[in-house]
Design a binder for this molecule. Sequence first.
Ligand code: AMP
Ligand code: MG
Length: 325
Amino acid sequence: MRATAAGIRQAADYLRRGRLVAFPTETVYGLGADATNADAVGRVFQAKNRPAGHPLIIHAADAAAAFTVGAEDPAAARLGERFWPGPLTLVLPLRPEAGIADAVTGGRSTVAVRVPRHPVAAALLREVGRPVAAPSANPHGRLSPTEAHHVRDELGAAVDLVLDGGPTEIGLESTVLELVGARPVLLRAGGITVEELEAAIGPVDEPAAHEPARAPGMLRKHYAPRTPLRLDADGPLPNEVYLGFGEAPSAACNLSPEGDLEEAARNLFAMLRLLDAKGARRIAVAPIPDRHLGKAINDRLRRAERGAASPGGTGVVQTVCERPS
Ligand code: AMP
Ligand code: MG
């Protein structure tokens, strides 16, 4: 359904009645449910085939609403002021009086909250007037959806309504920052860079490799196409399709011919989907500079490399992506 004012009102009504609504955010499409309704939240896990214990991010209309769910401290307040609405998720101590369904947090005493800046998401959340739990609207372990038809193609009838707001602006999931212990910890690289966070609140730790439980749901394998990937490739080998970055004449798709990291982030999942459908043996991916948004892109590529299912096809593919004119 188009995200008109009437569409948004209907979507809000669906959410209040415990139904599932997919909606655009500036990062990727989310699969939303009333976070206070245990049945609705349960159906989100079912629809995604998401293992219980992988907590969901709560979306709120503004910082005041977000801080009724997660407890505010001075760092959270500063980050909220600086980056909300926007692609930053904060993991905070849960406020039990918010009445969030246990499954949302996997029974933890912490909760992840964010205030999206996409106008459709913002209008929807204002209209619902309740916290909405919304993970990315894709089957567990697969690429996140950046267009409404990705959601319909992959989740189909499990979603009661898909609000179509066009392609998403950032194309990668939100940055997740934990503000629970003595120092802030980056749980997931994303739309807000570590450099930006540190400019606002000082040093941010990266989770130690031996602490996998720290970011539940942050699996080493994730965000995966079916076709295997080969990273840091200077060009395609026989039976590979090439996903370029910067100048790359042999590329079937190019994340950003001009070498722009924001453009590359926006294109990443949609281009991987296109290449995945082409039956190549492998997708070779150009090196991406490991700075700013490039860190989040490389994080997703490394997880996708580990998550790809099986040897791909054998077809040789030439051009796949049209350059927008
Ligand atoms: P997704 O909704 O699939 O984009 O991912 C949500 C991610 O947020 C999870 O995979 C976790 O990494 C993180 N997250 C959500 N809730 C919590 C929490 N209570 N504690 C730590 N991390 C969380
Ligand atoms: Mg996800």
